[in-house]
Design a protein around this ligand. Structure first.
Ligand SMILES: *[C@@H]1O[C@H](CO)[C@@H](O)[C@H](O)[C@H]1NC(C)=O
Ligand SMILES: *[C@@H]1O[C@H](CO)[C@@H](O)[C@H](O)[C@H]1NC(C)=O
Ligand SMILES: *[C@@H]1O[C@H](CO)[C@@H](O)[C@H](O)[C@H]1NC(C)=O
Ligand SMILES: *[C@@H]1O[C@H](CO)[C@@H](O)[C@H](O)[C@H]1NC(C)=O
Ligand SMILES: *[C@@H]1O[C@H](CO)[C@@H](O)[C@H](O)[C@H]1NC(C)=O
Ligand SMILES: *[C@@H]1O[C@H](CO)[C@@H](O)[C@H](O)[C@H]1NC(C)=O
Ligand SMILES: *[C@@H]1O[C@H](CO)[C@@H](O)[C@H](O)[C@H]1NC(C)=O
Ligand SMILES: *[C@@H]1O[C@H](CO)[C@@H](O)[C@H](O)[C@H]1NC(C)=O
Length: 899
């Protein structure tokens, strides 16, 4: 009887499903280690995992035999001890929930009879310890609230835990708003499935296509007192519209019902003490309205709960600090019943490290020229090598035996550092850029070639140990060092110092080691024979050399990434380096009233209400940068706009914001994304740009399948030509001159006709000085695009833009990103790898899909201008105007060749 009904119900539901939800949008199914794509018997499309899995030593065994006839693929990660092994999962729909379901099989594939154990993480959270001795296969399910465009899923080895393995990985997007009710007390958490039961059903598991979200609903008979209760399968139509979780009707149409006793209890073993989330589903499939009390671990959580006929309902409970779980239904009128139960462990998600710190570390990694294996978050789920953390703060950095050469300003951004060890890193010159590290307790700069003290040390009030041994320091110790009251060891051994030590250092609590110097002592008479030759530290000064030929009396404006990211369709990868800390740069104070702002031509002042209306209450986010979301909107006239809303914590000072708006409203060029308006009300800083539907050049080149566009060579030339026009305008035609400072593929947007426009002028920091040839400034930019000369000298010129643009040209030619772990270590850096080939006219490195389609002369021209643009020496690079002229030629050669 029950079975008959069920089958009937099934076909009804199946029909419903086919009509309404016949696609698999939001599904990603990876078949690990085998290169095949196929559609399985449930009509799910499986694809190989190769393009999602991280670099390094990964190996695939084709198959292992399952116990049944089915074969299971395996990928294993022999060097997971070196670094975590991650899958980067694209998540199409932001601000939604996804279910991530990895499956691990060992099955003695390696013949060693040693099932491995390892950690598994999502984002910054370690969600599970997989132990294949306990269960083989092992299936995990985690529900995760999406906040970024990609989700990192990693396998992390446990010492002596063996080699992590992976067989299947499924990602499913869940209905909007699902699994959030009742979770208010648990912000920043994810849910790890413990149980998901289809109550009253005994014939295996139900999943896709019956559950269009492909959750697996297991039969509950081994967990219920089956002697006391019955199963009911009744295919009545049900109103489930009130349930955000959208359980399949087939699951709700079976129930566990008490028939002989007044009580129904489920006992769920939990494998550890923790917080748990419980979802109970009820459906009025009986012709009565049963009511009952519900108890969790003996506590009444609902009295006289009534199930209405033909209606499905759901209850949510969260329980803190429990180790076992029992759910009881009692005090019934009619039959107490339950239709489905889900139990999840609530797993905390550690906070991410601040983007300033991550950016700074990435710049430091880049400057070492090494691949330190630094990816994703520095502190969680596990700390990066060479780094120590406290919560989400990076408190120690230990880089030694590599070539850093200078303590770059970037180190000054690591504000939480307590320990900095840079011994034997070829540091030379002055000790600098550390003055902001006020938490610093231990500083080791020994075994370098440092020659002088900066003025830095005064501010390092927490410094306890300063190790400067085996450098080339000259002169004596600055008097101000005496102010460091916590200092208890100062090691100056084996330098070239000469002179009396400040008496303020002569105290009991401080040990000063001085051996191996010319003459260094507290007694002023000891070194008298040596006097007269002590050098004095020169504090670093910013010098702007007047420009010789310029007749214009104009300032230069740096438009940087301080404000970061405002490109409409732009999803910014983690590697984007943006600094939001405002540094001690000269800022011209300008306070303008709103009335004055209204007079700026072509720029509309919008009220927050208008912005809200235009974006339909911020309904559609089309991008997210480190600084906020970008929403799609429509002005009353029908014009589409991209609306960038700044996060609270990244909001700028009034002056900076107004400066940016003012500047942007003056820049008008067909190849620059234009500002349509802005909103500046008490709590809001919103910029409104024209919307470009074509996405960014980065999307077109590297985007996920839907965004990727086949760009022919002539297209690529046209795009580069457009972008070059925009830049040439900024450098040479706009008044004042503007240096963009963050040229990269994701800042070049395409309109519907594939015309390119440059965007992201950031929030401007104006440095108005007449006739400057360069500006000395804190280094900002994006790894891979950063001008090395600017990086080492901190002197910014238009040529830095030329360098970054040269990198873009190389990307267009080679079809790959500036930094890539995909190939051999030699090919990591695009510039270093491609330049020699292109200079030699060896075009085998040209993007595979351009082969045979370009005119050789055109490619030669473009390759030549690209490789000269990325010359290390800025003076060897062409100007933007020259780049533009050469690209025009390359373009016209190609056009002629086509005809
Ligand atoms: C399988 O899925 C595809 C789309 O993913 C759909 O077009 C097709 O009709 C499905 N086939 C069956 C038998 O459901
Ligand atoms: C990968 O790891 C295996 C096992 O540790 C080792 O034999 C092999 O040489 C490694 N391959 C590379 C390319 O490092
Ligand atoms: C895995 O489980 C087995 C059996 O319970 C246990 O002996 C082993 O210590 C576990 N391994 C780890 C790394 O926890
Ligand atoms: C993306 O998510 C939103 C809200 O969760 C939903 O309304 C929309 O249908 C989803 N889009 C896709 C393509 O899944
Ligand atoms: C949750 O995360 C957000 C940002 O990721 C953070 O601002 C907030 O403080 C976190 N909340 C808690 C309770 O940790
Ligand atoms: C279980 O379902 C299968 C089809 O999925 C059916 O062939 C089988 O007879 C069912 N068994 C029972 C005991 O209902
Ligand atoms: C289904 O239930 C919802 C409330 O849960 C109600 O608003 C809606 O009208 C009902 N639909 C039908 C067809 O009864
Ligand atoms: C339980 O609720 C139903 C209807 O909601 C009501 O008829 C019944 O009297 C209630 N029972 C108790 C014991 O309160």
């Amino acid at each position: 009887m029950g079975l008959y009904h069920f089958c009937l119900g099934f076909s009804l539901i199946y029909g419903f499903w086919r009509a309404v939800l016949c696609d698999q949008e939001g599904f990603l199914s990876l078949y690990c280690g085998d290169g095949r794509s196929f559609v399985d018997s449930s009509n799910i499309s499986w694809v190989p995992d190769d393009t999602y899995v991280s670099k390094g030593n990964i190996t695939a065994v084709n198959f292992i035999e399952g116990s049944s006839s089915s074969q299971v693929p395996v990928r294993f990660f022999p060097d997971a001890q070196e670094r975590r092994k991650c899958y980067t999962l694209p998540v199409k729909n932001m601000s939604s929930m996804v279910l991530v379901r990895p499956q691990f099989y060992y099955k003695n594939y390696d013949g060693l009879r040693k099932p491995p154990a390892f950690f598994v993480s999502l984002g910054t959270a370690i969600t599970t310890t997989v132990n294949l001795t306990i269960s083989d296969p092992w299936v995990e399910e985690v529900i995760w609230a999406v906040t970024k465009e990609t989700l990192s899923f990693c396998l992390i080895s446990i010492p002596d835990g063996g080699v992590p393995v992976m067989s299947f990985l499924e990602v499913r997007s869940l209905p909007e708003g699902a699994y959030t009710s009742g979770m208010e007390d648990f912000p920043n958490t994810s849910l790890r499935k413990c149980y998901r039961f289809n109550c009253g059903y005994s014939n295996g598991s139900i999943r896709y296509p019956i559950d269009s979200y492909d959750r697996i609903w297991d039969a509950d008979h081994s967990f219920s007192p089956s002697l006391l209760s019955s199963e009911f399968d009744i295919p009545l139509p049900l109103n489930i519209s009130g349930i955000k979780e959208s359980p399949p009707l087939a699951v709700l149409q079976s129930a566990r019902v008490v028939t002989r006793k007044n009580v129904l209890t489920y006992n769920f073993p939990l494998n550890k003490l923790g917080n748990y989330y419980i979802v109970l589903y009820f459906a009025g499939i009986l012709p009565v309205s049963p009511s009952f009390d519900i108890l969790i671990n003996g506590d009444v959580v609902s009295t006289n709960y009534t199930v209405k006929n033909r209606v499905a309902s759901v209850l949510f409970f969260a329980r803190k600090g429990i180790q076992s779980l029992s759910i009881t239904f009692q005090n019934i009128s009619f039959y107490p019943q339950v239709n489905a139960i889900e139990v999840y462990e609530i797993v905390g998600i550690p906070l991410e490290v601040s983007s300033t710190t991550v950016s700074a570390l990435e710049v430091i990694q880049q400057s070492t020229g090494l691949d330190l294996g630094w990816e994703d978050d520095p502190c969680s789920p596990t700390e990066w090598k060479h780094i120590g953390c406290e919560g989400s703060m990076v408190i120690s950095l230990e880089l030694s035996d590599i070539k850093l050469r200078a303590v770059s300003p970037t180190f000054g951004d690591l504000l939480d550092l307590k320990t900095l060890d840079l011994h034997n890193t070829s540091l030379a010159g002055q000790i600098q850029n550390l003055d902001s590290l006020q938490e610093l307790e231990k500083l080791n700069l020994s075994f370098n070639k440092l020659t002088s003290f900066g003025s830095d040390f005064d501010t390092l009030v927490n410094l306890q140990i300063l190790d400067l041994k085996n450098n080339s320091l000259e002169g004596t110790v600055p008097e101000s060092m005496g102010n460091l009251k916590n200092l208890h060891l100062l090691n100056l051994e084996n330098n070239k110092m000469l002179g009396p030590l400040p008496q303020s250092l002569n105290r009991e609590s401080l040990e000063v080691r001085t051996s191996g110097n010319l003459c260094l002592s507290f007694s002023s008479s000891t070194c008298s024979g040596f006097t007269g030759n002590t050098s004095v530290e020169v504090p670093q000064v910013t010098i702007l050399i007047p420009k010789k030929h310029s007749g214009h009396n104009q300032g230069a404006i740096i438009i940087g990434t301080i404000g970061g990211v405002l490109c409409a369709v732009l999803f910014i990868a983690l590697s984007v380096l943006i600094y939001r800390r405002r540094r001690k740069e000269t800022e011209v104070k300008t306070t303008r009233t709103a009335t004055e702002m209204r007079n700026w031509n072509a720029t509309r002042v919008l009220s927050y209400k208008e912005v809200k209306a235009a974006t339909n209450n911020f309904k559609k986010a089309i991008g997210r940068g480190s600084f906020g979301f970008v929403y799609l909107g429509k002005l009353p006239g029908g014009k589409l706009i991209a609306v960038k809303v700044r996060f609270d914590q990244t909001r700028l000072g009034e002056d900076s914001f107004i400066n940016e708006v003012h500047l942007l409203s003056q820049v008008h060029h067909q190849n620059l994304v234009s500002l349509e308006g802005f909103c500046y009300e008490s709590k809001q800083q919103i910029l409104v740009y024209e919307y470009l539907p074509g996405g960014s050049l980065a999307d077109a080149l590297y985007g996920s399948n839907s965004k990727k566009i086949m760009l022919s060579w002539v297209r690529r030339l046209k795009i580069s030509l457009d972008a070059a026009k925009g830049l040439d305008y900024l450098h040479n035609a706009s008044n004042p001159r503007i240096i963009h400072r963050d040229i990269k593929c994701s800042n070049i947007l395409l309109d519907s006709e594939m015309n390119a426009k440059v965007c992201d002028f950031g929030l401007s920091k104006q440095v108005l000085r007449a006739d400057a040839t360069h500006i000395t400034t804190v280094v900002k930019g994006t790894a891979g695009y950063l001008d090395p000369e600017y990086y080492s000298t901190q002197q910014l010129t238009e040529k830095s833009d030329v360098y970054s643009f040269g990198v873009v040209l190389l990307e267009l030619i080679c079809g790959r990103e500036p930094l890539s772990h995909a190939g051999t270590p030699d090919s990591y850096n695009l510039v270093l790898w491609a330049k020699p080939y292109l200079q030699a006219g060896a075009f085998e490195i040209v993007d595979e899909c351009l082969k045979g389609t370009f005119a050789l002369e055109s490619m030669k021209k473009a390759a030549s201008v690209a490789s000269r643009s990325v010359e290390r020496d800025a003076s060897q690079r062409p100007t933007m105007a020259e780049v533009l002229a050469e690209l025009k030629e390359a373009y016209s050669i190609q056009l002629t060749a086509c005809n």
